[in-house]
Design a protein around this ligand. Sequence first.
Ligand SMILES: Cc1cc2nc3c(=O)[nH]c(=O)nc-3n(C[C@H](O)[C@H](O)[C@H](O)COP(=O)(O)O)c2cc1C
Length: 181
Amino acid sequence: MKNILFIVGSLREGSFNHQLAANAEKVLEGKANVSYLNWKDVPVFSQDLETPVLPAVQAVRDAVVAADAIWIFSPAYNFAIPGSVKNLLDWLSRAIDLSDTTGASALQDKVSTVSVVANGGHEQVAEGFRNLMPFIRTQFVDQLTFSKVNDSAWADGQFVATEEVLSDLNKQAEALLSALN
Ligand SMILES: Cc1cc2nc3c(=O)[nH]c(=O)nc-3n(C[C@H](O)[C@H](O)[C@H](O)COP(=O)(O)O)c2cc1C
């Protein structure tokens, strides 16, 4: 089975994007191995921090290299990709061997896709990823899932995916798996 690395773009306890990822994990059950990237210790990017490679950066690189695909679950912050997610991708986009900054990064040719839970800004976030992911040399699977936050979730913290969202997740998972075959 292929290894799919989930990158939840919110570090918030109880994140709705994390809860959508849990739904996607169920969709992939028996079809792929799923793991979650731990990226909370990756610092704000500075070229001064690139050498020697920090343990937190090495760890996220190793996890990405070991995966066949990455699936990002991202909120919208101010109708755009959250800065924290862009920061992580900036780190991952850097060449592994900095003696040639145009050389391969951990993301080189990696199959990637994105889902978004937000109440507004899905299209703007998606557009950001549609530009960014090919630019950082991933093979972007543009079969995305957009979800709103159900009203009750703001009170009880429980994100509920609609039937339509679950169907979109299924389509996205199939598109991702077929890009890997
Ligand atoms: C800085 C900031 C900007 C936000 N901007 C948006 C936005 O543009 N659209 C939106 O629907 N929600 C916005 N929100 C609310 C988030 O959608 C909400 O916090 C959501 O729970 C984040 O996803 P998570 O549950 O996975 O953490 C914003 C929240 C923060 C902290």
